[in-house]
Write a protein that binds this ligand. Structure first.
Ligand code: 6R9
Length: 651
């Protein structure tokens, strides 16, 4: 499909971007032979990556694969916190900055050296032990983007207690469900969470969740907002009081490579969130290697991943990947618009960020504002840009490249999932000629493929359901307490050896992969398969459209009718003429079966905090159903009512 061919203009997806001149000379991976080596001997490739970690005891076997069960580095003993802290200190890097914390208010941040971070981690590890946490016990972290969240994650890892981080904007109900599913023994939270100048009463939410979370014995509360917080005698204690009396000596537990490191809940196609389980040795091997190779991470880089630690991207590329590499990682508590709409660019300039890793939804919102906020700042420190979380449309890709990267920084469009633990399909910045909108090639040691709905593998150029044909170290090991759902969700569709991704993809004649969106978002219109993502791309290629979301509405004649919701560019007004023009535009871009039956102009779309559009809700609105179901995972649940009003006014 020709994405982003704006009204007869050039098709941006057809452009090619070579790695910058000379980039390969000093790159971590400058030699393309890595692909061949990893293809011939994937176990050998991953084993080499694993040797980049510290092991108390080496593994006896690299991979034990009993489909769908997988174990990596069998018999090996290691510790994630040791690898993220002590290893670098022993190598003389103790005074290097590990973490730059940029607070909601621009003048309130602080930094931690590796020595300082390690001391805090050891102290909090002792606090957890004193609260009765033993190896294997789950600790839930319901914390905002403050240093204590990284400290607590690493403290859990240090003593072998799996953490379950719950995104701090989640509701009390969502927290309660996750506490109960994981049977967490301790909850770590904060009094408040300041964001964009407003305070979110975290402890009050936590208290509501705790009314019905019998497994939780102790609650540790970080004082962040400084206001009053209700404290329950005998259960709740302040972080500072506990840490103040704790020793900073705490040896790292020698854990098994396959011991659980964390569980992270992710929404599935049913209402109940899936507890995705990651273990120790393989996960850290995967995230350490991908952070280093995909972002060309070097000793003096300042790495800013804008994701919240409540998501897998924050786990793998804000905390574990950068710290395992001994890098300097940036954590930002605030929002792009506070105190002014140039805040992100201010952060980049202030800390001389060299690598920026963010999501297309952020880039599109900057596009809407225009380049004014960027022009106020010197972004010349940037050298590599990353994208993750959803397909990046070519127009946003080119905008990111030109306006944020100054046409000098390679973009790595990284495809992966909570389940995969780390990056799977991605350019390597010194080697890959980028095609805007394409995640390009599998990372070395990763074997993707395409299957059709009948279970046949698609060879060569084509389109189908994306699968992974061979295990990789960062792969989820199971769903917490639900091995049957694990097998059904991922290893039933194409058998126990082939991981079913749940995304559709295209592969072109050069072997480039372009992710087309979730396969569950495929519509069937008069017997033709139409992808929501494809119609969305056609809509956003029109210069009046900033964002689009497309769903199928049950239709007696066609099976499904296509409903499109669009956010117009700032200067455009909605009109019947424009809506018709958009429908015709899609027809001319894709074909008559893809022409939307209805286009509705709206002010906002229902998105999760990680920027994913919740099509389930849009479907209900299209159907005129007043009850849209659970909206607790929405970034802003109030958009639903506005959407309902706007939809009924226009149809
Ligand atoms: C890391 C993360 C996973 C889903 C995945 C896919 C979409 C992520 C993408 C992408 C196209 C990319 N996705 N990265 N689609 N191009 N570069 O986002 O994990 O929250 O589990 O979401 O996100 O649909 O299946 P998670």
């Amino acid at each position: 499909m020709s994405d982003d061919r704006a009204n007869g203009h050039e098709d941006l997806a057809e452009r090619r971007y070579e790695p910058p001149q000379g980039f390969a000379d000093n790159a971590i991976v400058g030699d393309p032979s890595v692909y061949e080596r990893a293809k011939e001997d994937p176990d050998g490739f991953w084993e080499e990556c694993a040797r980049d970690l510290h092991w108390f005891k080496e593994w006896d076997q690299v991979l034990n694969w009993d489909p769908p069960e997988v174990q990596w580095f069998v018999g090996g003993k290691t510790n994630v916190a040791y690898n993220c802290l002590d290893k670098h200190i022993e190598e003389g890097q103790g005074d290097k900055t590990a973490l730059i914390w940029e607070a909601d208010e621009p003048d309130q941040g602080k930094t931690y050296t590796y020595n300082e971070l390690a001391a805090e981690v050891r102290k909090f590890a002792n606090v957890l032990k004193d609260l009765g946490v033993e190896k294997g016990d789950r600790v839930c972290l319901y914390l905002p983007m403050i240093p204590e969240v990284a400290i607590a994650m690493l403290a859990c890892a240090r003593i072998g207690a799996p953490h379950s981080v719950v995104f701090s904007a989640f509701s009390a109900g969502a927290l309660r469900d996750r506490l109960n599913d994981a049977e967490a023994k301790v909850l770590v939270t904060a009094d408040q969470s300041p964001r964009g100048g407003k305070a979110n009463p975290l402890k009050q939410n936590a208290d509501k969740a705790l009314e019905d979370s019998p497994s939780v014995q102790s609650v540790v509360v970080v004082k962040r907002g400084g206001g009053e917080a209700p404290m329950t005698e005998g259960r709740d204690q302040w972080w500072d009081d506990l840490v103040g009396g704790a020793s900073d000596e705490c040896p790292a537990e020698e854990v098994d490579a396959e011991d659980m490191l964390f569980v992270l809940y992710s929404s599935g196609s049913t209402g109940k969130p899936k507890g995705i389980v990651h273990t120790t040795g393989g996960y850290l091997t995967h995230v350490k290697a991908t952070t280093k190779m995909v972002f060309d991470l070097k000793d003096d880089d300042i790495f800013w991943c804008t994701a919240d630690v409540g998501w897998v991207t924050g786990h793998s590329y804000l905390v574990y990947g950068p710290l395992a590499n001994g890098a300097t990682t940036v954590m930002f508590e605030g929002t792009p618009a506070y105190p002014e709409n140039d805040r992100w660019f201010d952060v980049i300039e202030k800390h001389a960020v060299t690598i920026l890793y963010t999501a297309p939804t952020a880039i599109r919102s900057f596009m809407k504002t225009g380049t004014g906020p960027i022009e106020k700042h010197d972004l010349s420190s940037l050298r590599v840009l990353g994208s993750v979380g959803e397909p990046i449309n070519p127009r946003a890709w080119v905008w990111y490249y030109e306006n944020i990267g100054g046409s000098r920084c390679p973009i790595v469009d990284t495809w992966w999932q909570t389940e995969t633990g780390g990056i799977m399909i991605t350019p390597l910045p010194a080697l890959t000629t980028a095609k805007p909108g394409s995640a390009t090639h599998p990372f070395p040691g990763i074997f993707p493929g395409l299957y059709d709905d009948e279970g046949n593998e698609v060879e060569g150029a084509g389109q189908g359901n994306l699968v992974i044909k061979r295990p990789w170290p960062g792969m989820l090991r199971t769903l917490y307490k639900d091995p049957e759902r694990f097998r059904e969700t991922y290893f039933e569709t194409y058998g126990p050896e082939v991981y079913f991704v749940g995304d559709g993809a295209k592969r072109d004649e050069d072997g480039y992969y372009t992710i087309t969106g979730r396969v569950d978002d495929v519509m069937n219109v008069s017997g033709h398969r139409v992808s929501s993502a494809e119609v969305e791309s056609a809509l956003v290629s029109h210069n009046a459209v900033a964002e689009a979301a497309v769903v199928g509405k049950p239709d007696e004649d066609k099976g499904q009718a296509i409903w499109a919701y669009v956010i117009l560019e700032g200067d455009r007004e909605t009109s019947d003429e424009l809506m018709k023009e958009l429908r015709d535009h899609v027809r001319s871009e894709i074909g008559p079966t893809s022409r939307p039956d209805q286009v509705v102009a709206v002010d906002d779309l229902p998105k999760t905090r990680s920027g994913k559009i919740m099509r389930r809700i849009l479907k209900k609105i299209a159907e005129g159903d007043q009850d849209v179901g659970d909206t607790t995972t929405l970034a802003d649940p109030s958009v639903v009512e506005d959407l309902q009003k706007q939809a009924s006014a226009q149809t």
